[in-house]
Design a protein around this ligand. Structure first.
Ligand code: SAH
Ligand code: SF4
Ligand code: F3S
Length: 442
């Protein structure tokens, strides 16, 4: 019973990539992955701590799966990932919902921890590491469309943005050996994958030193792009303080590096950015956006915004709106500030923006972004884009779905194309989330 592992993943793309590493490690120790929770002898929940509601959701889920435990006394339930790291053994003590707790750097210990938990011992490992990158582990791709995949290039973060829990739960920044990154991409290509997304909390600070030589992110990206023009390369996340012209010129030189940069602004007010410890100003951010537009024409830009950070005034909020309007983002993730215990903001500032005000500001940000996203899609009508087919469209069986280089979802009536093929599509109309077109023949 114990030998089947079911894993559920919350949070960011890093956690998706980590779950693939976890299943790989367990597979080497006699476990088999199952996508059915009922069949599992080991249930792992890979968790996120980024906002309070992310953790609330996971507590809810743990309570909901409690009945599996009552049915099967042998079942081991484990909490892994960022929330496991943040709460440590408290997770086991609170409500007795889990048997095992493993932080993001202790996944190699999982087979041992599972055995301990199975014998009824408290199995906890939340040690963070300065070296662990799981470079030698070949991730097991689950729930994959067989076309696009994540490749983790670094772990941790050294940035200490005042609101952010990531440096505490993921530890210090460390880069992964470029040889192992490039090798993983080659293997994916051989398996038929056509797109990889290189992952790190701040990819621009990627740095690998060996034999007196340093490899930075632009060089790694270029080498990845040169493996085969048939492979699309994406990456996330760029930090506005570190994104260099060198990187932008590298993207411009290679058609298979996607025309999309995720560049989280967080706020449009220089005063708030300073409090957030983001190490750039509104003007610096605007200059970086201008550089992207100048060096990589047609590049989509997306962002993250936080509404209602400590001391944010109506004036600061208006500056966020005006920055968004000026940049004309194609897409955005937008959040209400959520205080995280232990962060600089929690220790030093008061979470003093009323919840109602945060909600109203967030709604204004969302409404503005909806207008901008619609405008960005309208401008695509009449354009021809190369689309990498990922599968059938959810809405209609005759339609195929994929994305263009700018990361916009495109659906079109298929003509026998298979996932992994590239098709030129002329955009004819759009909905709020999707571009709709037909195959373009010269
Ligand atoms: N490393 C990435 C982002 C990681 S977290 C970067 O620096 O951009 C993803 C997003 O969650 C952040 O960009 C931020 O917008 C949001 N976020 C992080 N902490 C938050 C908090 N305490 N409250 C609300 N949003 C938060
Ligand atoms: Fe968090 Fe800032 Fe690091 Fe991103 S760069 S993970 S927001 S501390
Ligand atoms: Fe969440 Fe951890 Fe990612 S806190 S956003 S899963 S790095």
């Amino acid at each position: 019973m114990l030998k089947k592992v079911y894993i559920e993943t919350y949070g960011c793309q890093m956690n998706v990539a980590d779950s693939e590493v976890v299943v790989s490690i367990l597979s080497d120790h006699g476990f088999e992955h199952t996508s059915s929770i009922e069949d599992a002898g080991l249930i792992l929940i890979n968790t996120c701590s980024i906002r309070e509601n992310a953790e609330q959701r996971i507590w809810g889920r743990l309570r909901a799966i409690g009945h599996f435990k009552r049915k099967n006394g042998d079942l081991v339930i484990g909490l892994i990932g960022c929330m496991a790291e943040r709460l440590k053994e408290q997770v086991i003590e609170k409500e007795h919902l889990v048997d095992l707790v493993a932080g993001p750097d202790s996944y190699r210990e999982l087979p041992l921890l599972v055995a301990e938990a199975h014998e009824g011992h408290k199995a906890v490992n939340v040690l963070l590491s300065r070296e662990e990158t799981y470079a030698d582990i070949s991730p097991v791709r689950m729930d994959s469309n067989g076309v696009s995949s994540f490749v983790s290039i670094m772990r941790g973060c050294n940035n200490m943005c005042a609101y952010c829990v990531v440096p505490y739960v993921r530890g210090a920044e460390r880069s992964r050996d470029p040889g192992s990154v490039l090798n993983e991409i080659r293997i994916l290509k051989e398996k038929g994958y056509r797109e990889v997304t290189l992952l790190g909390q701040n990819v621009d600070s990627y740095l690998w030193k060996e034999d007196g030589r340093a490899t930075g992110f632009p060089e790694l990206l270029e080498k990845a792009a040169m493996i085969d023009p048939i492979m699309r390369i994406r990456f996330s996340t760029s930090h506005p303080k570190d994104i260099s012209d060198d990187l932008l010129y590298t993207i411009a030189r290679h058609g298979n590096i996607c025309r999309h940069i995720h560049l989280p602004a967080q706020s449009g007010s220089s005063r708030i950015l300073k409090l957030m410890n983001r190490e750039y100003t509104r003007e610096w951010y605007m200059e970086r956006v201008s550089a992207i537009k100048r060096i990589i024409p047609g590049c989509a830009i997306s962002t993250d915004m936080i509404a209602g950070f400590c001391t944010e005034t109506e004036e600061d909020h208006k500056e966020s709106l005006s920055l968004m309007e000026w940049a004309g983002f194609d897409f955005a993730y937008m959040f209400k500030y959520s205080e995280r215990p232990g962060t600089k903001a929690a220790r030093r500032y008061r979470d003093d923006v009323e919840d109602e005000v945060k909600t109203r500001r967030l709604n204004e940000i969302i409404a503005l972004q909806n207008r901008m996203s619609a405008r960005s899609k309208k401008l695509d009508i009449g354009q021809v884009y190369e689309v990498l087919v990922e599968g059938r469209s959810k809405r209609s069986a005759e339609f195929l779905s994929g994305r263009n280089s700018q990361n916009k979802v495109v659906v079109f009536p298929g003509n026998g194309q298979k996932p992994g093929e590239y098709v030129n599509v002329m955009i004819e109309r759009c909905t709020s989330a999707t571009l709709i077109g037909t195959i373009f023949v010269h």
